[in-house]
Design a protein around this ligand. Structure first.
Ligand SMILES: Cc1ncc(COP(=O)(O)O)c(C=O)c1O
Length: 313
């Protein structure tokens, strides 16, 4: 049985941590982190936000099974599998790519909590008819979550980040910074801000088209697309799951200094960018900046397995 949290319970799990450093003093910027990675140990960050109203909807519709899609290292797959175990849903996934000889820690976890894993080729995965047909095979008791969990229920869950920030800080910050994949988390934040504050969005992927996607999502959700957001495209480090030594060094140093772990795919790149922008005096003096920790820490194990324990735990 799924039980949601009240806003005050959410706030107590996800505090806003102010970071202290000489750099911020020199540049006269206050930087804080909204700690959504602490919302739940397994259903963490924006996955928790995106699942909240989807799980309620699945329950209301009397669905017994969650079905979704993702890659072998997907934070979404991990979180949905964990939610299934915790709240009593069966879980089924279609995983992009042939069955690996050595499954990733994400897939090992999903398997260990009873998820059913199916694999398909990358070209099948790109074929929406194939995906629909896959879901239909399992019948009516299935609640389908899109890849990354991004849909209007997910956007609604992400709007609460702003509601909480207002309550926690008394006043909204001047800038909200976050990482983006599909843009649904950003859409929720922008929709809730309704024109207040500036949103800096750091895409984890190389490539274009996300602006159009985000505009479409906002128009669909709110009927408006707003102007108080901007993509910062200089910090994807070569694209999804790509990295460079400077990023790894930054993540390890950040954890040592502020006791906040970052993942190498999303939050590490975003905070690298935020600190770099502070150094460049991008933010006017006196600015209050909040970076959203969208989670993703489960990905460190898979990253370290592939690249040799380079991120310190
Ligand atoms: C940890 C983390 N941060 C940020 C994002 C990006 O979220 P969105 O797809 O809503 O842009 C993702 C991916 O879904 C993620 O796993």
């Amino acid at each position: 049985m799924y039980r949601t949290l009240t806003l005050s319970e959410q706030i107590s799990r996800s505090p806003v941590t102010a970071l202290m450093d000489e750099l911020f003093q020199q540049c006269a910027v206050q930087l804080s982190v909204k700690r959504d990675e602490l919302l739940d140990t397994e259903i963490s960050g924006n996955k928790w936000r995106k699942l909240k109203y989807n799980l309620l909807e699945a329950q209301t519709q009397g669905k017994s099974t969650l079905l979704s899609y993702g890659g072998a290292f997907s934070n979404h797959v991990y979180a949905v599998a964990a939610a299934g175990k915790k709240y009593g849903f069966r879980t089924i996934f279609l995983i992009r790519g042939e069955k690996p000889e050595h499954p990733s820690p994400t897939l090992r976890f999903a398997d260990s909590v009873g998820a059913q894993l199916h694999f398909c080729s990358r070209s099948q995965y790109r074929d929406s008819d194939f995906l629909d047909h896959f879901a239909q095979k399992f019948g009516d008791h299935v609640y389908v979550l899109p890849e990354g969990g991004s849909n209007p229920h997910a956007i609604k869950g992400c709007t609460e980040i702003v509601t909480e920030l207002k309550m926690q800080m008394g006043k909204l910050p001047d800038f909200i910074c976050l990482s983006a994949g599909t843009g649904a988390t950003a859409a929720g934040i922008i929709a809730a801000l309704d024109g207040a504050a500036q949103v800096l969005i750091f895409p984890a992927l190389k490539g274009n088209g996300l602006e159009e996607e985000l505009t479409k999502m906002l128009l669909g959700y709110k009927g408006k697309s707003y102007r108080n957001w901007q993509f910062i495209k200089d910090y994807h480090f070569g694209g999804y799951a790509k990295h460079q030594p400077a990023l790894i060094h930054f993540i390890n140093e950040f954890k040592g200094k502020f006791r906040i772990p970052l993942d190498p795919i999303y939050t590490g790149k975003m905070l690298f960018g935020v600190l770099d922008l502070i150094t460049q005096n991008h933010f006017p003096k006196g600015s209050k900046v909040v970076a959203i920790h969208t989670g993703g820490l489960q990905g460190i194990a898979g990253f370290n397995e592939r690249f040799g324990d380079i991120i310190k735990l």
